[in-house]
Design a protein around this ligand. Sequence first.
Ligand SMILES: Nc1ncnc2c1ncn2[C@@H]1O[C@H](COP(=O)(O)OP(=O)(O)OP(=O)(O)O)[C@@H](O)[C@H]1O
Ligand SMILES: Cc1ncsc1CCO
Ligand SMILES: [Mg+2]
Length: 272
Amino acid sequence: MALWSSESWTRISKVRGESPLIQCITNLVSMDLMANVLLSAGASPAMIHSVTEIPDFTPVVQGLCVNVGTLSDEWLPSMKAAAKIAREMGKPWVLDPVAAGASGFRLRACLELVEMRPTVIRGNGSEVMALAKATVGSCKGADSCVESTDALEAAKALAKSSGAVVAVSGAVDVVTDGERVVCAKNGVPMLQRITATGCSVTALITAFVAIDPQNPLEATASALAVFGVAAEMGMEMAKGPASLRMQLIDSLYNLDESTLRNRLNISSLPCL
Ligand SMILES: Nc1ncnc2c1ncn2[C@@H]1O[C@H](COP(=O)(O)OP(=O)(O)OP(=O)(O)O)[C@@H](O)[C@H]1O
Ligand SMILES: Cc1ncsc1CCO
Ligand SMILES: [Mg+2]
């Protein structure tokens, strides 16, 4: 644990110090919270998605976050164009397969994006299961109806078939490269009552992988834990979802080394 907390502190300090430029091609619901989470962590967000701008812009970013939450026929080519540039230039890119099983169009799009070799895939349990099984069928749209730990085998299979690190969020965040499994246990249940907290932690993962591209599994676990610790701190001041949203952003901005050391809860399997 001591190693995880010192490495996680090094990573958030690096995000603050280097302020990596993160391109977010994301859904219309998440844009505001995602940009604010990146800014409060010290990164520099840019919600740029026009297919015409991507050849100029994507080559200069440090990381790319692609989120299919409000997918449309018009936006999918932008996502693929940016992912292609990121992959060809060796830049980390992270996929958030929101509601992957909700329709055939969405599932096909996600599977095509997975083939473009994302560095990390972060979804909830239902999304990771839909991707791993390549089957349409979503019981709750953008929300999950399974526990993250129930998607562990699906996550491992997806990591092996795609070459990506796969993170499944939930009460316990499970991160795997197909062999190793790490569990990040920070966070509060109230996060599920604020839209786009999952989308935003995916963007934070992108920033962490951008400053530590050699260690995507560790950087992903650190980002999930840091976000969870900020939520725990925020929850001590919040009265409900709306004030937690505000306190979460403030807590991420104010997070210090001793708080992270005292609260960070990352371990290997079993995720108890
Ligand atoms: N029961 C819980 N206890 C603690 N933290 C949780 C719980 N459920 C989710 N979280 C945390 O909430 C954040 C969002 O995870 P969630 O699984 O809800 O994502 P999501 O379904 O993709 O969300 P969205 O699509 O709204 O962005 C993560 O940081 C996760 O660790
Ligand atoms: C609610 C919702 N619908 C499509 S994207 C999104 C944000 C959470 O994923
Ligand atoms: Mg989601």
